[in-house]
Design a binder for this molecule. Structure first.
Ligand code: PGA
Length: 254
């Protein structure tokens, strides 16, 4: 990490936790970690628990996010959730383009772009996820895939709109598999992403944009990942579901 960028530890709870379980977890987490001044903690529970989690989220440095949104402001879109609805629940972030949504629910670079733009318009910071599948890595196509996803998701945004955007690099082969990218593998792609962002939006955004790593982040690998200059935080699935492991991640050593 670079001390100029505030590290962000993001918990993606996916389809886990009832309202009662979510409240209990976030209350314990806040109690265990205490206030976070030099780092930010993002909790992204399922939609159903957003309100209850928002009501008990009091600790300094904690913020709330959703795992998805729709790009239209309102209308006949059964089962979808708008960015205004998320704002209404005190969300400040929304994850867009997670690989599970791309792979299982047909999201494309274009829908990710629409969602990111809708989030920014509503005053939410999108966490834009990108990442290559194993076959692409083995064919040597990682950078090509990442460049396409970054450009696809961010094209059309102004420098000003980019200011709040967070990018998450999550190699698909590392998500939920226990197989983490090595710090060097992750750093290589993060540096590449920063370079692409620089050529699209200029040096100020390059310097300020936060790029998270995701994919089997756990207490045993967080310090080494965070020691890399272009890794500014983590997007965490499995290890965010329990107080002990997520607390260790939040309290990583600078
Ligand atoms: P994982 O998930 O930490 O369980 O690998 C990460 C993610 O999908 O965001």
């Amino acid at each position: 990490m670079n001390p100029d960028r505030r590290p962000l530890m993001a918990a993606n709870w996916k389809m886990h936790k009832t309202v009662t379980e979510a409240v209990s977890l976030v209350e314990s987490l806040q109690k265990e970690t205490g206030p976070c001044a030099d780092r930010e903690v993002l909790i992204a529970p399922p939609f159903t628990a957003l309100k209850a989690v928002s009501d008990v989220m009091k600790q300094k440095g904690y913020c709330l996010g959703a795992q998805n949104c729709h790009w239209e402001e309102k209308g006949a879109f059964t089962g979808e959730i708008s960015t205004a609805m998320l704002k209404d629940l005190c969300c400040t972030y929304v994850i867009v383009g997670h690989s599970e949504r791309r792979q299982l629910f047909g999201e494309t670079d274009e829908t990710v772009r629409l969602k990111g733009a809708a989030a920014i318009k509503a005053g939410l910071a999108p966490v834009v996820c990108v990442g290559e599948v194993l076959e692409a890595r083995e064919r040597g196509e990682t950078f090509e895939v990442i460049a396409r996803q970054i450009e696809g998701a961010l094209k059309g945004l102004s420098e000003e709109q980019m200011a709040g955007v967070v990018i998450a690099y999550e190699p698909v082969w590392a998500i939920g598999t226990g197989r983490t990218a090595s710090p060097e593998q992750a750093q290589e792609v993060h540096a590449f992403i920063r370079g692409r962002v620089s050529s699209l939006f200029g040096k100020t955004i390059e310097k300020n944009v936060r790029i998270l790593y995701g994919g089997s982040v756990k207490p045993s690998n967080i310090d080494a990942l965070m020691a890399e200059p272009d890794i500014d935080g983590a997007l965490v699935g499995g290890a965010s579901l329990e107080v002990g492991s997520f607390k260790s991640l939040v309290q990583f050593n600078f």
